[in-house]
Design a binder for this molecule. Structure first.
Ligand code: CU
Length: 215
């Protein structure tokens, strides 16, 4: 029995794709990657925003599902995966990321641990357009479920074009959820991207993407 289990484990390991573009696992279930989202900047939101982002690959179809709860309600929330252009392993920021000590981890302060904004999760991820008004909107009770299926080939192609021929490399990326109510008072020390209000870009949840293991 034990020998049999080891053999199965080895077989699965042998099939594990190094990047998303690899083969299906030995058991024929779709390859899946999951990020468990934990809250960030809870002192600002007063909420423990949590959820899960899932990436399931079946053939060329990459289904992206992101479920989030305890969000600032009734507003649109930017969501992306972030990572490093040189493919270093990204991680979610810890409190140490708060370089200016204002008690808030702003988008710019996430960059040393998490890299930059890469792929947007709105109605058209393949467009790679970060500024768009089709990100999901939280319900009045502060939750949403986002689902979008894209062609892996198309997304990989768009990604390679934007990031110097690099692969999606999901296991080296992190998922961020952004956005607090526009009425939220933030100190001027909170940095943002360009002219986008800091309330829109403030990270409120993060999760490291990991390959899902079936047991
Ligand atoms: Cu982002």
């Amino acid at each position: 029995m034990q020998i049999h289990l080891i053999a199965v484990a080895l077989a699965i390991a042998a099939y594990a794709p190094s990047a998303l573009a690899g083969a299906a696992p030995a058991d024929n279930r779709p390859t899946a990657y999951v990020a468990k989202l934990h809250p960030l900047n809870t002192k600002v939101t007063g909420l423990k925003t949590t959820g899960e982002a899932k990436f399931s690959l079946s053939g060329d179809a990459l289904a992206i599902t992101i479920k989030v709860e305890k969000l600032p309600p009734d507003i649109m929330h930017l969501q992306h995966f972030h990572g490093f252009k040189d493919n270093r392993d990204a991680s979610c920021p810890t409190e140490a990321a708060d370089k200016n000590g204002d008690g808030i981890i702003d988008l710019i302060e996430t960059e040393s641990a998490s890299g930059t904004t890469m792929v947007p999760f709105h109605d058209d991820p393949v467009s790679m357009e970060i500024v768009r008004d089709t990100y999901p909107k939280a319900s009045a009770d502060g939750s949403y479920e986002y689902e979008e299926t894209v062609s892996l080939k198309n997304l990989s192609g768009a990604f390679a074009k934007a990031f110097d021929d690099k692969e999606l490399d999901l296991e080296r990326r992190v998922v961020f959820i952004h956005g607090v109510l526009p009425t939220t008072k933030l100190p001027e020390s909170v940095a943002t991207l360009g002219t986008i209000p800091a309330q829109v870009t403030l990270p409120i949840a993060c999760g490291k993407i990991e390959r899902e293991h079936h047991d």
